[in-house]
Design a protein around this ligand. Structure first.
Ligand SMILES: Cc1cc2nc3c(=O)[nH]c(=O)nc-3n(C[C@H](O)[C@H](O)[C@H](O)COP(=O)(O)OP(=O)(O)OC[C@H]3O[C@@H](n4cnc5c(N)ncnc54)[C@H](O)[C@@H]3O)c2cc1C
Length: 147
């Protein structure tokens, strides 16, 4: 988004296209504030549409395939988008399942917290932390309280 904005300001006579299927924009640094109970989950969520720079085309789809030999990308619906220059900025995808015994649905349960999976996970982490401080761990960490 930042790159598209800078290029749109500096270049004349070009067509800039952003391809991203996500309509909600997450202010990721704010996840820490949700996890600390300072902000609620909706604080970090806004609409991608409000950040698309003027003159930039937004294709609301996922890229399925990149064909660097014929300079084109293909979207999930099969739309072919040709390009002269392609910038790939897909962020990262978290794979909690790679941790043995873990999956994202466990966040907020059994003493497991993680703010990185999104606003709801950050909020569940705060619920867990505040519950822990209220209970002193009783019922949250049974193994510890039995000692
Ligand atoms: C808790 C936390 C705190 C942070 N604090 C800071 C901070 O204080 N300062 C700072 O500078 N940075 C901070 N960061 C890092 C910063 O938020 C990220 O570096 C930044 O958001 C990455 O931007 P990006 O565009 O590379 O990826 P993202 O913002 O993740 O965007 C990637 C986009 O690619 C799209 N996408 C993925 N695959 C496809 C596909 N196949 N087709 C189409 N679209 C696709 C996604 O839908 C997404 O919209 C923080 C991050 C976290 C999680």
């Amino acid at each position: 988004m930042s790159l598209a904005s800078r290029l749109a300001q500096q270049l004349d006579g070009v067509q800039i296209t952003i391809i991203d299927n996500r309509t909600q924009h997450y202010y990721q640094p704010g996840f820490t504030l949700i996890g600390a109970g300072i902000k609620t989950a909706d604080y970090v969520v806004s609409q991608t549409a409000s950040y698309i720079p003027a003159g930039v085309k937004w294709v609301q789809e996922k890229v399925q395939e990149i064909d660097p030999e014929s300079n084109k990308v293909v979207t999930g619906s099969g739309q072919v988008v040709p390009y002269d220059f392609l910038f790939v900025a897909t962020g990262l995808e978290l794979d909690y399942e790679q941790i043995q015994g873990m999956d994202a649905s466990l966040i907020g349960k059994h003493g497991i917290g993680s703010i990185y999976n999104g606003p709801e996970a950050a909020s569940a982490t705060w619920q867990l932390l505040s519950g822990f401080s209220e209970s002193g761990g009783r019922g949250v960490l049974p193994a510890l309280t039995q000692r």
